[in-house]
Design a binder for this molecule. Sequence first.
Ligand code: HEC
Ligand code: HEC
Length: 404
Amino acid sequence: MANRPENRTERDYLVSEKGLRQLFVLGGLGSVLIIVIILVLLSAFPKPVYKPLDRSQLEQTVAEAAAKLEAYNVAEDGSVTVPIDRAITLVAERGVSAPFSLAQTTPEAPGGAAITELPDGESLFVSSCAACHQATGQGIPGAFPPLANNVPALFQAEGGRDYLANVLLYGLQGEIEVAGQSYNGVMPAWQQLADEEIAAILNYTLGGWDNAELLPANFADYSAEDIAAKRGQDLNAQQVYEIRQALEIPSLDELPLAVQAAPGEAKPAAFDWQTLGANAYANCAACHQGNGQGIPGAFPPLAGNLAKIYNLEGGREYLINVLLYGLQGQINASGQSYNSVMPAWPQLGEENIAAVLNYGLTSWDNETLLNDFSPILPEGVAAQNGQGLSPQQVLEQRQSLGLE
Ligand code: HEC
Ligand code: HEC
């Protein structure tokens, strides 16, 4: 049975008249209230208005953020610098964002000194020298001597290489004769230029205006280090003049032109091996050492040794083969014996092999021991590639040169 209240006295209406009235009043009040709330909300809602950025506040935020970073310095202009040891730690912690930019850093030269990248010699020449010597290098007859067809001759006089660096560092004053014309002016000193700028300018004058055709093939560019070595001599322009007077300057037709092409024959494109060779030597320095001295008993020296081998008939070809095919067995170099393996370097490519050999042949005094040097060209390496020699066969070739 359902449990329902039994004794109900009056009927319960679901909605009474009184309730309806109250509901109506409350409903009216409620809608008024909702409209008011909507109006209030609408007026209070933030409108998108542009407010000028508060710079001082921004700066404060940046300063606070910077203060939280460790070991950074914020300069007055807002730039941030990081001390080098901190940078190294950061690189170790976080890695480098652009790893290839590392390869662009200055390569190590043999001996551990960094090879300085040179600035653009041509634009430096135009800004510092062209006013007098002219952009064409022709100078102005009677006033400013030509550098075209003159610098290569100076360079090839014994001591000429140093003389040119000295002219730039200390100036020149006194009567000189160039191409049948005499000059008696003053060449200002250029001490204020950086070493690498002077080197770049000299290299430009050596290679510009067809001067390169008058240079020997084993010509090596000036480096910033070459110029640095000439500073501090305290010479004056007259003393440099005395140095010039003592030079035996060859005439143009006496210049030994190793790369001179026969008339009518296309000139071989210049093979720019200097930088290539210095960089490729990084592969060799671990064993043969940066100074080419090797390690007695373990790695034979290249200093002195390369020139001696090169001077032998067939020596040039042998050297190329060592790089292409390696070398293994008992050898004697500079009075010391070695019995080890020289790895083959075909992966360097023909250009780098030629360049690294030229580099070695013109470094560590080898250049002074060479009888008659013309740089090894990539074509020369290519000509010996593909013989499939073994390191032992290269050893036999070494023995056939008359070397122990
Ligand atoms: C203000 C004019 C002037 C400027 C600028 C000048 N030179 Fe000279 N240069 C001379 C004169 C003049 C001589 C010859 C001096 C003499 O008669 O003894 C000379 C001589 C030289 C020589 C020696 C030539 C020789 O036959 O021995 C070289 C090399 C040279 N200048 C290179 C340069 C280079 C590179 C620059 C730019 C960095 C430069 N000069 C800027 C006026 C100038
Ligand atoms: C892993 C060590 C090592 C590296 C790297 C190395 N060499 Fe050698 N190299 C040797 C050894 C060891 C010998 C002597 C081999 C023997 O005893 O037969 C040698 C011999 C040579 C010879 C012959 C010397 C002679 O008297 O006949 C030349 C040339 C040479 N190396 C050049 C280079 C060049 C250039 C490079 C860089 C591309 C290079 N080597 C890299 C270890 C090395």
